[in-house]
Design a protein around this ligand. Structure first.
Ligand SMILES: Nc1ncnc2c1ncn2[C@@H]1O[C@H](COP(=O)(O)OP(=O)(O)OP(=O)(O)O)[C@@H](O)[C@H]1O
Ligand SMILES: [Mg+2]
Length: 325
């Protein structure tokens, strides 16, 4: 598959802080690559490097960085490479006093679209994001979700091959989040030789689950990469669901239980991560220890791991000094 972006050995430091450390990634035509990780992991910094907003920091003795975007070298021919990219920043701002159409015109002109081209293209892209009935509404009066859709339209107005989206749906209501993802999926699914790829950062696990491939980022490194199902396989046979009461007591008990490597709230239940091959033994121990402590089990069973389970496991296991081990 053709890589639309291929980046290698990116570093970015701010004073003494290393925000991105030896990050390499590539995204192929038709892929939706999800960058996930805790606050401050380096996701935004990575996206800024990939769109050319930041230059990589030079590191003496390290392999020099490279970023190829659809065949163009971003570090040498920045303008040409940037034409291939649509970028929706984490804190995207519109002109509140301008209408939807005027905002889009601004972005279109900034991207060098001609007068003959920008209007039909704007109508087309506004219809795509579902804002074609709101062309004359001032951006200040749009809902949060509509603003994000207008942001997406602005990022797409010059027909980029690669779309970089930094937490595009944070703070947006669940229904609009669904709409937004339908748009992303349609975008990469569109046939034709002019294939597109998306690189999106997200704090939402249901969104990560929709990506073709996920990179899990922590303290400046991509510590693990794979499809959502590959991620889940890491914990196959090692996640137990426990419901019962009182929940606080159950939580205290399981944290002390031998063979349990992690515990997490999952709505009104607990998910326990257990050591390899320990699921049965842990269940038997709990069936004994919980009633002994005057607790009650209403459900205890092995379940399919969720991405949350795997990410928590990675977070807790990764050593900060040797994140790639
Ligand atoms: N311009 C800057 N100057 C100094 N430090 C910065 C700058 N930008 C980012 N950092 C630091 O670099 C680290 C990575 O930040 P970054 O914004 O890339 O993380 P993130 O994964 O996008 O986090 P979030 O999920 O909160 O958006 C953080 O410790 C942050 O404080
Ligand atoms: Mg960020």
């Amino acid at each position: 598959m053709t890589a639309l972006i291929e980046a290698a050995h990116l570093y970015r430091t701010f004073d003494h802080l290393t925000a991105v450390e030896d990050v390499s990634l590539s995204v192929a035509v038709g892929e939706i690559y999800g960058l996930v990780g805790p606050d401050g992991a380096g996701k935004t910094t990575t996206l800024r490097l990939l769109c050319g907003a930041y230059r990589p920091s030079p590191v003496p003795g390290a392999i020099p960085p490279s970023i190829m975007v659809n065949g163009y070298d971003l570090l040498r021919h920045t303008d040409k490479a940037r034409e291939q990219i649509g970028y929706l920043p984490q804190r995207f701002s519109l002109y509140d006093d301008l209408t939807v159409m005027e905002n889009l015109r601004f972005f279109a002109e900034m991207r060098g679209l001609s007068v003959a081209d920008w209007r039909p293209r704007s109508m087309e892209i506004l219809a795509f994001v579902g804002l074609d009935e709101f062309v004359d509404r001032r951006a200040g009066y749009l809902s949060g979700g509509m603003k994000q859709k207008l942001g997406l339209a602005a990022a797409l107005v010059h027909r980029p091959r690669l779309l970089l989206l930094d937490e595009p749906t944070t703070g947006v209501d669940p229904v609009t989040r669904q709409d937004f993802w339908q748009l992303i999926i349609r975008l990469v699914g569109q046939d034709g030789s002019k294939g597109t790829a998306v690189l999106v950062s997200t704090p939402y696990m249901d969104e990560a689950a929709r990506c073709t491939r996920v990179g899990f980022m922590m303290s400046g490194h991509i510590v693990q990469e794979g499809s959502p199902s590959e991620f889940r396989k890491r914990l196959e046979g090692r996640v137990l669901e426990l419901a019962g009461e009182p929940l606080a007591l159950l939580r205290r008990l399981v944290e002390k239980e031998q063979g349990v490597s992690g515990v997490q709230m999952f709505g009104d239940r607990l998910h326990l991560r257990v050591e390899e091959g320990q699921a049965q033994a842990v269940m038997e121990q709990l069936e004994q220890h919980i009633p002994e402590a005057a607790g009650r089990i209403s459900r205890l069973r092995l379940v399919q791991p969720q991405l949350e389970d795997v990410f928590m496991d990675l977070l807790e296991r990764q050593s900060w000094t040797n994140p790639t081990s």
